[in-house]
Design a binder for this molecule. Structure first.
Ligand SMILES: *Cc1c(COP(=O)(O)O)cnc(C)c1O
Length: 376
């Protein structure tokens, strides 16, 4: 191939490519699927491509893939128990942008609200709240990473008169814990909170949970207001991306200005990626609903294998129900580095994304066994 030849003549690039290829094959601790190929989209790399502005509103600049973007949004809207009459959405640059967007719509709806989120929430959310200048209160987490509902109850007891924004985790970063929407709704009705908004951060699980059986409660059939998903996680791809979904009424509240490019300025960034919707659509086409379901099942199977293997060698492994994330005692720095395991305090995790097979896990298990032999 032409491109590879060219890279071969450039020493620095060749080395970078080699490092990334090797490390792609070996990482076990991050939620990034590896089983994709988007070579077929190479011709698009030689073109200006831009989905500027609102995906439903054409621009005078017509070098976009918005038709495909809308198909992706519509497919996932169906998976999230709704349709395009009820919700609106767009392909983002990742989960962080979707969370920022959800919080932005929430603030426009209730300018004086307080945001409640658990201490297991992704680090980017604090920054988002800072950018939006919204008041917030951190709720304690339980040991498994789920929100501590008693703590939420205590906090709301004295604030029942204030509009509330609930920021829920549908799969926390460290332990893949899912906040329980029913329990939060019970507290909302206990204190008769009238003005509230629910945003779900489903960065990793948004592309998994809708295909799991049973499906965790977090979608539009449960009355949530917005959902953010990362696409480079369970779908996979070389460019970070995601999708955000919101009830149409919330988007309409902010869609009033026509910008210079002739489209509605409803998205966080103006210029937007035209390639990533193609990747997401090719994933949908390649697997179909049944294929994605099988992919989820297979990953769950690997996770259960990892949990068992780690426990056999004494690493106290556990996972939340049906999770792809297996949490265990943090091994040595050397092993964390070799297998690219993310860790927090005394725990580490393996995330069994598509592309990670039993053979990969066995290499880690052997390393752990050899290391403990050295120690004793
Ligand atoms: C990864 C992650 C994010 C951030 O998503 P990006 O796509 O990296 O911007 C937010 N929340 C959770 C729970 C995540 O796991």
């Amino acid at each position: 191939m032409y491109i590879c030849k060219k890279i071969n003549t450039m020493k620095d690039l060749k080395e970078i490519l080699k490092r990334i290829s090797e490390n792609n094959a070996s990482f076990l601790g991050y939620p990034l699927a590896k089983d994709f190929s988007y070579q077929e989209f190479a011709p698009f790399l030689d073109l200006c491509l831009n989905n500027v502005g609102d995906p439903e509103s054409p621009s005078t600049l017509t070098i976009d893939t918005k038709a495909i973007e809308r198909k992706c949004i519509s497919f996932f809207a169906n998976m999230l128990s709704t349709n395009m009459d009820e919700v609106w959405g767009y392909v983002t640059n990742g989960g962080t942008e979707g969370n920022l967007y959800g919080l932005y719509l929430a603030r426009e709806n209730f300018p004086n609200a307080i945001v409640y989120y658990s201490e297991s929430t992704h680090y980017s959310v604090k920054k988002n709240l800072h950018l939006l200048n919204i008041n917030s209160i951190v709720v304690r987490s339980q040991d498994n990473g789920e929100m501590d509902y008693d703590d939420l109850d205590q906090i709301l007891m004295n604030r029942r008169d204030k509009p509330a924004i609930f920021f829920l985790n549908i799969g926390t970063t460290m332990t893949e814990a899912v906040d329980d929407l029913d329990k939060i709704k019970q507290i909302i009705s206990k204190y008769a909170i009238k003005n509230y908004y629910i945003h779900c951060d489903a960065a990793f699980l948004g592309c998994v949970a809708p295909f799991a059986d049973p499906k965790p409660k977090f979608d539009f059939s449960e009355g949530v207001d917005s959902i953010s998903i990362s696409a480079h996680k369970f779908i996979g791809g070389p460019i970070p991306s995601g999708m955000v979904f919101a009830k149409r009424q919330h988007r309409n509240r902010i869609a009033n200005s026509i910008s210079y490019v002739g489209t509605l300025d409803t998205t966080i960034t103006g210029s937007r990626n035209g390639l990533t919707p193609l990747f997401i659509w090719s994933f949908i086409e390649k697997h179909g609903i049944d294929g994605i379901k099988m992919r989820v099942k297979k990953s769950q199977g690997i996770a259960s294998y990892v949990e068992r293997k780690l426990n056999e060698i004494g690493y106290n492994a556990w996972r939340n129900k049906d999770a792809l994330t297996v949490v265990f005692n943090k091994p040595s720095e050397e092993i964390c580095k070799k297998h690219q395991l993310a860790s927090e305090r005394s725990i580490a995790h393996i995330i069994c994304v598509p592309g990670i097979e039993k053979e990969h896990v066995d290499v880690l298990i052997n390393d752990l066994i050899n290391e403990s032999v050295l120690v004793y």
